[in-house]
Structure formats: C-alpha cells, structure tokens
Design a protein around this ligand. Sequence first.
Ligand SMILES: Nc1ncnc2c1ncn2[C@@H]1O[C@H](COP(=O)(O)OP(=O)(O)O)[C@@H](O)[C@H]1O
Ligand SMILES: [Mg+2]
Length: 272
Amino acid sequence: MPNQLRSQVILSIETNAGGVAKSTTAYNLAYELGVRGYSVALLDIDPNESLTLFCGLRESSHPGTMADVYDPSFAGNYPLMTAWASKIDKIQVCKGGKELHETIRLVSKDLRGPYVLADRLSDYPLPHNFVIIDCPATLEPLPLTALAACTHVLIPIQPEYKASQSAAAMIEWYYHNCKQLRLKPAPKIMGIVPTRWKSNWGAHQSIVEELPIVCQQLGIRFFNPIRESADILNASGRGLPLGIFRPGREARADFQPIVDALIQELAEMGDR
Ligand SMILES: Nc1ncnc2c1ncn2[C@@H]1O[C@H](COP(=O)(O)OP(=O)(O)O)[C@@H](O)[C@H]1O
Ligand SMILES: [Mg+2]
C-alpha cells in the first residue's frame, strides 16, 4: 500500500477477459471525475495501446510509457501527458504500449515482482486525487502489480451466459491473491459493473437480473449496467470521452453511479 500523504483513491480495473470495456470505463470515469474538479492520473499497463488511442494521444511524440515506471532505474519522473488539454486540465495519462512486454519479463524476474508498482507509487507518490490503472486482459503478472498497488478494484463484466461464473472467478482470484500477497489492508472491491449492455436483448436482461443476486450473495456492490451505445464506440474512435464527444447523451449517466461512489470513497479516506 503506497504511503499516502493525502487521501488518494487508486482504482484498478481488472477482469480476466478482453473487450469488456475496461479501457472505455477507465477513461470515461477519468473524464467524469475531472469534470467534477478532481485530478486523475490514468496509468495504462496494457501492451495494446487502446487507452492511448481513446485518450487521443496516439499521435503524441512523447516517448515515455508505463514501462519506464516499472524499470528499476525509475526515479519518479512519471511520463504523464495531459489528455484533451484544450477542454480540461485535470486528466493526465501515462501510456501503455509494446514496451510493456519487456516489463512483464522484468517483473517476473524481480524479487519484489508483484509489488513493483506499489513500490513506485509509494516511493514517488502521484499528486492526483485519483489514480486509475487500466489493466490488460490476462490476470498476471501486470494486473497482479495493480492489485498490490491499488486501494480499490472495479470489475467490469460483459453480459453473457457465463457472466456469473466470470464474476465469481474474478472474486476468487481477488481473494486468493490478496491472501497470497498479504495485502493489508486488502484493496476494496468497489463493485461489479456489466458493460456493453443491450437492454432490448432478452439474454442480456436475464443475465443482468441474475448478477445482482450473485453480487448480493458475495457481499459486493452491483452497479447498474453501462449500455452498449454507438456514441460510446464512436467517442473512443475519435479519441474523446463521451462527455466531450456527445455531452448530452443518456449513456453518459451510466458512468455516474461509479463516479459518485469513487468520490464518496475519497471523502471517506479523508475522514479516516
Ligand atoms: N458501452 C459501449 N458501447 C459500444 N461500444 C463499446 C462500449 N464499451 C466499449 N466499447 C467498444 O468495445 C471495444 C472494446 O472496449 P475496450 O474498452 O477496449 O475493452 P477492454 O479494455 O476490456 O479490452 C472498443 O472498441 C470500445 O470502443
Ligand atoms: Mg483495454
């Protein structure tokens, strides 16, 4: 757990599947928190660069990536870039990218492997109110470093017939690794959120009726689904959050319960 000079929520978005809207959720949450006046650092630890693309930074010539942060020579100079700088000054991104393949090898050999990111964030704390870590689809080893570094975990789940099993498997992964890594305190599971939800699909409806029951049994918060929306898809392709691309669209409301919950967690940390 990083030394926290002030309260800071470090949110890791973790699932064991690709295309579940982890990155989409990460950057739209970052923007919505920014709009509410909070500063956010988005850390992309995925070798595929979708977050960089979604944040409109693909053309950026800035050379640094999260691979530099994991590197043993890192001395606190986070290669952060401001996203959507002409609109907002609250959100900074540290890119992912293919350099992270080498990081995976380094982390596997490092004596403190799973704790490397926690060590960095503790030795060189970021000043932001929120740090959001966008994980790759496989669960190890980089998502393990995110688990060890974070204060909170959000689990997006795609509605499909094995959604309940996927959710249960993720929770099992979480408990197993919190125990193995002796995370004290263990990060808190913010909740499970179904993504890419098609409300007019019978199958999606029945899945989304079933999931809250599973969550209740597990004692985990269930967030209302984030709907499948052409606006969300087109926004990501343009390198913009929905809140800039189509600010008035209803789908934007789907992110708000998670934003509210994150702000509440930050406030509660400050009270402690
Ligand atoms: N709610 C949504 N509606 C429509 N398209 C979405 C939605 N969420 C994500 N997408 C699209 O699905 C694809 C995968 O999403 P992404 O966030 O990259 O998933 P992950 O990070 O889990 O691999 C992207 O092209 C993204 O734009
Ligand atoms: Mg992604």
